[in-house]
Ligand binder design. Structure first.
Ligand SMILES: Cc1cc2nc3c(=O)[nH]c(=O)nc-3n(C[C@H](O)[C@H](O)[C@H](O)COP(=O)(O)OP(=O)(O)OC[C@H]3O[C@@H](n4cnc5c(N)ncnc54)[C@H](O)[C@@H]3O)c2cc1C
Ligand code: SF4
Ligand code: SF4
Length: 434
């Protein structure tokens, strides 16, 4: 079938959006991918390894990201957003705002000289590293970023935000790629169908003061722990906390999941397994590590998941049933106070590092996106879907995949990306009668 005249918009460039886009492009559809961040990859590209196989996350995802950038049927728009939408026959007229990157992608060779020269070098918290480590105002978010081009952070660049900088970056750039006159672009285009893949945020545990996040050094979130383990992370892959290798680790599951108090009564579906993954990475990499895991019950439902969790225990991770009441400062360490629900014993366990398995939340910007597209959300703010057609939203012709409609691991996200793409194809064929 000739699909060359058909256009689909994919919103979000995580593994969900990437899967849907590549699938559609392979059928000859013209795909426009709108990504709000400076690179595609989503959360998966921040992960060190993936459960249950412990494959390197970047090694799995990076080739797919490159495939997106090389595919002639995919037009990738980074630092961009949807501004408006109007129904037009079976399709949609959509407004897209491409924000300025202030670097001409045709001229940028990604040499990094500008970043070295930037007066804000090593002064800006690094989002990709969950604010651990610092970057410059002109930067590439991570080495495998797609597009493989630098960009200026307009809020932190002294010239863009305040007009006060001698622009050392411009002097340093030999190709003349930096363009502070860049105004970005606004466009309107017709799409036969839309696939939403806006992904998720993680719960901010600061409000759970009893767990010490934000006040006790040594208490980190699961995503921060991923960056600490990663070779592209702030410590170059060395497991270091404030310059020292921790020996004792305490992992706490269900932080902000299955929890009325934090407003999320649902299970986040990935935290039990990513905690088992973290415990297993520690056991593998830190000699004589002492590892505790607190849990309510362990949900290991996927293929090979239960075996993985059991192996983690066999390798020495000690699971305690019960969520700690508090984490306090001890003598040169942290102390976790927990009731072991199986024995009824109150325990105080000394540790060097506490890792909070923070739960999944809808992306903060999803409400606004849904507003623009007239999409309904569920009580928690995830995109509402049809029970028997899990990619179908309330709007005919708009589909959703990945974490945007609720918690999913990578295999389920990939499956949902494929499902959304095939529903989308079905809709296009029906909608145009071709
Ligand atoms: C600590 C941690 C460890 C994990 N470990 C594993 C693991 O080992 N194995 C596993 O299977 N799963 C794991 N997961 C789950 C995995 O991260 C998710 O399954 C996966 O990232 C979901 O992909 P996604 O594409 O749906 O969303 P995301 O990865 O969140 O990507 C969404 C993308 O959409 C963009 N976007 C959002 N809103 C908009 C908008 N309005 N306009 C344009 N673009 C937008 C975002 O910038 C982002 O790039 C882990 C999760 C966490 C938190
Ligand atoms: S903007 Fe110029 S100096 Fe910076 S990475 Fe690109 S080519 Fe190199
Ligand atoms: S103008 Fe100044 S702050 Fe902005 S990127 Fe260049 S050197 Fe950095």
């Amino acid at each position: 079938m000739d699909n060359s005249g058909k256009n689909v918009l994919v919103v979000g460039g995580g593994i969900g959006g990437i899967t849907a886009a590549l699938e559609l492009a392979s059928c000859g559809i013209n795909v426009s991918m709108v990504e709000s961040g400076p690179s595609i990859g989503g959360r998966m590209i921040q992960l060190d390894k993936t459960f249950p196989t412990l494959d390197c996350s970047t090694c799995t995802l990076s080739p797919k990201m490159v495939e997106v950038s090389l595919n002639h049927n995919i037009d990738l728009m980074s630092v961009s957003q949807i501004t408006h939408m109007a129904r037009k026959g079976p399709g949609f007229l959509v407004g897209i705002k491409k924000n300025p990157r202030y670097v001409d992608p045709k001229k940028c060779t990604a040499c990094g000289t500008c970043s070295e020269a930037c007066v804000m070098k090593d002064r800006i918290p690094h989002e990709f590293n969950m604010m651990l480590g610092k970057r410059a105002a002109i930067y590439m978010p991570f080495p495998q970023a797609i597009p493989q081009k630098y960009l200026v952070d307009p809020e932190r660049c002294l010239f863009v935000s305040r007009g006060k900088c001698k622009k050392a970056c411009m002097d340093a750039c030999e190709t003349g790629a930096i363009d502070f006159e860049d105004k970005g672009e606004e466009l309107e285009a017709y799409f036969d169908s839309i696939v939403l893949a806006p992904g998720f945020d993680v719960y901010d545990p600061t409000e759970k003061q009893e767990l010490g996040y934000g006040t006790l050094p040594g208490v980190v979130t699961g995503l921060e722990f991923e960056r600490i383990c990663s070779v592209t992370g702030p410590t170059g892959g060395d497991m270091l906390l404030n310059g020292k290798e921790p020996k004792r680790f305490y992992f706490i599951q269900c932080v902000g999941s299955r929890d009325r108090q934090s407003g999320a009564r649902y299970c986040s579906r990935v935290c039990c397994m990513y905690t088992a993954k973290h415990a297993s990475i520690v056991k593998d990499r830190v000699k004589d590590a002492e590892v505790y895991v607190s849990y309510i019950d362990v949900r290991a439902y996927g293929k090979g998941y239960d075996e993985f969790y059991k192996t983690t225990q066999e390798n020495g991770a000690l699971y305690i049933r019960g969520i700690p009441g508090e984490v306090v400062e001890g003598d040169g360490c942290l102390v976790v106070r927990v009731e072991d629900m199986l024995t009824g014993e109150m325990r105080e366990i000394e540790t060097d590092m506490v890792v909070l398995a923070t739960g999944v939340r809808p992306r903060k910007t999803t409400a606004e996106l849904c507003d623009v597209l007239s999409i309904e959300c569920d009580d928690y703010g995830f995109i509402k879907v049809d029970a028997v057609a899990p990619s179908q939203t309330n709007v005919d012709g708009i589909f959703v995949c990945g974490m945007g409609s609720g918690p999913k691991d990578v295999p389920d996200t990939v499956a949902s990306g494929g499902e959304a793409a095939s529903r989308c194809m079905e809709y296009i064929v029906k909608g145009t009668g071709s």
